[in-house]
Ligand binder design. Structure first.
Ligand code: CUA
Length: 338
């Protein structure tokens, strides 16, 4: 909508015109009020200046109605701005259910993307037009921030936490991606491109993938770390059943509840001691420092894929013996943290 304005980046997402409208409204209102105040200050200073050296100002009681109006009208305008902004914030925060999920990890100083089909990219992200895309983001080291000006959206990428960023592209083309949080020497070089493609082109592009999908890789990690020793599909097992866990509400020891979203699973993998599921012992080893963030995101993808219908965890048969984490009764596996 404001593409023809100088200094305005292209608008290429469904959110972008909403942000632009609010931004323009705020610039016009605040600019107009500043201008009016500035002009009146100068005008009054000249017209009502003291003329004789010893002039005494007249006592003056301002109109109450006038006072009330200049409180009420700006009050309504500013609360309106807040509500308008809140509405856009909610649009940005509520991810459509059918969104295409892509894992994102930030590290000094690059962006890594993994599609659910297994395709990986560095500093390049290919997405289809007209379809909600949900980025599940985490950082391997320090705080980064994922920012695509054309989408008018920016979200911090944090270590030990999953943040989400969703958008629906409305234009094909390539759009600049920036890291918007100072993250060290080459922060300014932590840039990339988001390429928005027609659905058919995107499908063709996906066809080139070779690596295992996050779900497949997650399953591999799940077996590697012998998670299935305790997380069997049996309710009497030492660990909670994971099939159907994602999105459900979990009862915790002490009576609290938690929604099993990406962040909950992330925390439960890396530091299982924070939220103990009611009825279970805190015996799960800590995996903090044991795996990379992209691996955690793959495990999350795998756990999300487990639905109660398809009992996706096969019975344990040929476990690799000797991995220390396979024995949950022993010392926490993070005893060799860095
Ligand atoms: Cu990453 Cu700045």
């Amino acid at each position: 909508m404001f593409d023809h304005f100088p200094f305005f980046p292209e608008a290429a997402s469904t959110i972008a015109p909403e942000v632009d409208k609010l931004y323009l409204f705020m610039v016009v209102v605040c600019g107009g009020v500043s201008l009016l105040v500035g002009v009146l200050v100068i005008y009054f200073a000249i017209v009502y200046r003291r003329r004789p050296e010893n002039e005494i100002p007249v006592e003056y009681e301002p109109y109450h109605l006038m006072e009330a109006l200049w409180i009420i009208i700006p009050g309504i305008v500013f609360i309106g701005m807040f509500l308008w902004g809140a509405k856009i914030f909610f649009m940005m925060s509520s991810v459509p259910r059918d969104a295409l999920e892509i894992n994102v990890t930030g590290r000094q100083w690059m962006w890594k993307f993994q599609h659910m089909g297994g395709q990986s990219e560095i500093n390049q992200l290919h997405v289809p037009i007209g379809r909600p895309v949900k980025l599940l983001m985490s950082s391997e080291d320090v705080i980064h921030s994922f920012y695509v000006p054309a989408f008018r959206q920016k979200t911090d990428v944090l270590p030990r936490r999953v943040t989400t960023y969703w958008f629906q592209a409305t234009k094909t083309g390539t759009f600049h991606l920036f890291c918007a949080e100072y993250c060290g020497t080459n922060h300014s070089g932590m840039v990339g491109w988001v390429t928005v493609m027609q659905a058919a082109d995107y499908q063709a592009w996906l066809g080139g993938g070779t690596e295992g999908s996050p779900v497949v890789e997650g399953k591999r990690l799940f077996d590697h770390y012998a998670c299935n020793t305790c997380h069997t599909n049996d309710t009497t097992a030492r660990g909670p059943v994971l099939a159907g866990l994602f999105g459900s509400t979990v009862s915790l020891r002490g009576g609290a509840k938690a929604v099993a979203d990406e962040n909950y699973i992330h925390e439960s993998i890396l530091n299982s001691q924070v939220k103990i599921v009611d009825g279970f012992e805190p015996i799960m080893p800590l995996f903090q420092g044991q795996m990379s963030e992209s691996q955690v995101l793959q495990l999350i993808a795998y756990i999300k894929s487990l639905t109660p219908q398809k009992a996706a965890i096969p019975p344990i048969s040929n476990q690799t013996p000797g991995t220390s984490v396979a024995n949950p009764g022993t010392a926490p596996a993070n005893s060799r943290t860095r």
